[in-house]
Design a protein around this ligand. Structure first.
Ligand code: NAD
Length: 499
């Protein structure tokens, strides 16, 4: 069986733990590879490689660092088909969606190519008599990234793209469910000109994560995954003196106002609720029609659109979505559907019994649709992360606004309306980090910044954009005065001020 090894100092490294994770092909249900699960000593080996590479890389001028990223961008484009195929085979998302996953990561690399400009400091000439003040953004050292299964291309690139551009070296601990693309990205970074040890990949589970969180030479940890683990990573990393950003789970709402373009809304809701089998932190798994008439009109259009959806294997170009990542995850999603039924919501479309002919052992689940879901239901309060859309009816705009605002998660939200005032008011008042106005998946572009609120993110700096540059650098401020040959100044016993 194929074995996926660590990638340390530009070499494939066989682990010694004797522990492995199964990597499935979600289309067939077969185990297609096994991945190493690292010991703390192996994590240390990766950190040491990154530590050794740091002095050279951090002293490399920013234009040269940018050139490596430019080369990397070209290599990703050249290998797009190969990467997308590899990604789909382990994740299960359809090929076009895998290309989107890689493309969105690539956009962060494009952003990071601007690092000579982005990392420029600030300068004040003549802050006082003969005194100038300047500040610079310096890299932190060895940084680590811990990533989830659902975007094995994009999320690693969010992290190492910006971190490495800033002059840091990096240890990536990708999801053990789909670890091949991250290793391939590290190989391509080497080919692009990143010196050995600048980007290392260590595979593993909690043992590896804990080793990262307790390692004295890891200066910053960027995490994306589920909220309980995000919180644990944040608290443990911070307790060990690290800078930590930890993005968590989500339950995004789409508010449908009575004046919305319902034909467009239906297309948007179906794509964003069921695309990638609902395994997106920016999916829209909750729709909130405002008013009875809106709800009825929405459902009338929504049902046939969902019923005609095509679920298929990842290489089926006509399929709208593929299998979920593991059998265990499919059972979890089915459990939430049963919970919704038990709690009294109306299950209008039940995808639980869906079987794909010829792929009976694949981890497929059909689309499900609930109506009359109530905010008090646990199936509403928790993240399902599967192809399930829940309709929560609201009587008024204020009631609709309160739903995402009061939910434990605050990642993304969307409002569909033709009224600019309503949209503006909503965007200003909703207690959520990323807002779409007639945009169903409001993932900010690379030069803006990605991050949710409440239990969707711990720590206070977002991914990519200038927030990413700030996260992966520390500011040093220099106040300088050069001898001008004038009179010697007296000692000052009071704090100097600029009068
Ligand atoms: P997960 O939390 O299970 O795993 C994320 C990472 O944590 C993996 O690398 C995993 O190996 C590690 N991990 C797992 N269990 C651990 C433990 N007990 N201790 C320490 N580390 C552990 O998440 P997942 O299932 O891979 O991904 C799906 C989740 O990620 C969803 O909740 C989704 O909403 C979230 N997500 C959030 C964002 C965002 O930006 N907010 C983006 C993508 C995914």
């Amino acid at each position: 069986m194929r074995q996926i090894d660590h990638y340390i100092a530009a070499k494939s490294v066989v682990g010694t733990s004797g522990r492995f994770g199964d990597v499935f092909n979600p289309n067939t249900g077969e185990v297609q590879a096994r991945v190493q699960l690292a010991t703390a000593a192996e994590v240390d080996q990766a950190v040491q490689a990154a530590l050794k590479a740091f002095p050279g890389w951090s002293a490399t001028n920013p234009q040269r660092r940018a050139r490596v990223l430019f080369n990397f961008k070209g290599l990703i484009e050249k290998h797009m088909d190969e990467l997308a195929e590899l990604l789909s085979r382990e994740h299960g998302k359809v090929i076009a969606d895998s290309k989107g996953d890689i493309q969105r990561g690539l956009e962060v690399i494009e952003f990071a190519c601007g690092i000579p400009h982005l990392q420029k400091g600030e300068y004040t000439e003549g802050a006082g008599p003969g005194i100038d003040v300047f500040s610079m953004r310096q890299p932190l050292g060895v940084c680590a990234g811990i990533t989830p299964f659902n975007f094995p291309g994009m999320i690693p690139m969010w992290m190492f793209g910006v971190a490495i551009a800033c002059g840091n070296t990096f240890v990536l601990k990708p999801s053990e469910r789909d670890p091949s693309v991250p290793v391939r990205l590290a190989e391509l970074m080497l080919e692009a000109g990143a010196p050995e040890g600048v980007l290392n990949v260590i595979h593993g589970d909690k043992v590896a994560v804990d080793a990262i969180l307790h390692h004295p030479d890891v200066k910053a940890v960027s995490f994306v995954g589920s909220s309980d683990i995000a919180q644990y990573v944040y608290l443990t990393g911070a307790a060990n003196g690290k800078r930590v950003q930890a993005m968590g789970g989500a339950k995004n709402h789409g508010i449908v106002m009575p004046d919305a373009d319902l034909d467009q809304v239906v297309k948007d809701l179906v794509g964003s609720a069921y695309g990638s089998a609902g395994e997106r932190c920016m999916a829209l798994p909750v729709a909130v029609p405002v008013g009875k008439g809106t709800a009825e009109a929405l459902l009338e259009r929504l049902r046939p659109e969902i019923e005609k959806m095509k679920v298929g294997i990842s290489t089926d170009a006509d399929a709208q979505y593929g299998p979920v990542v593991t059998a265990a995850h499919r059972e979890k999603v089915k459990g939430y559907i049963q919970m919704g039924v038990d709690e009294g919501a109306d299950l209008l479309i039940d995808g639980r019994d869906f079987v794909l002919q010829g792929f009976e052992k694949g981890f497929f689940i059909g689309p499900s649709l609930f109506d009359n879901v109530k905010p008090t239901m646990r199936s509403y309060q928790e993240e399902i992360f599967g192809p399930v859309l829940q309709i929560v009816r609201a009587e008024t705009f204020e009631e609709a606004l309160a739903l995402p605002s009061q939910h434990q998660y605050g990642n993304g939200v969307a409002i569909f309306t033709r009224n600019g005032n309503t949209a503006r008011d909503f965007a200003a008042r909703v207690n959520v980090g990323m807002v779409g106005i007639n945009v169903p998946i409001p993932v900010p572009l690379a030069y803006h910044t990605f991050g949710g609120w409440k239990r969707s993110a711990f720590g206070d700096m977002n991914q990519h954009g200038m927030e990413g540059v700030r996260f992966f650098t520390k500011v040093k401020t220099v106040t300088q005065r050069w001898p001008s040959g004038g009179a010697v100044e007296d000692q000052a016993f009071v704090i100097p001020t600029m009068r």
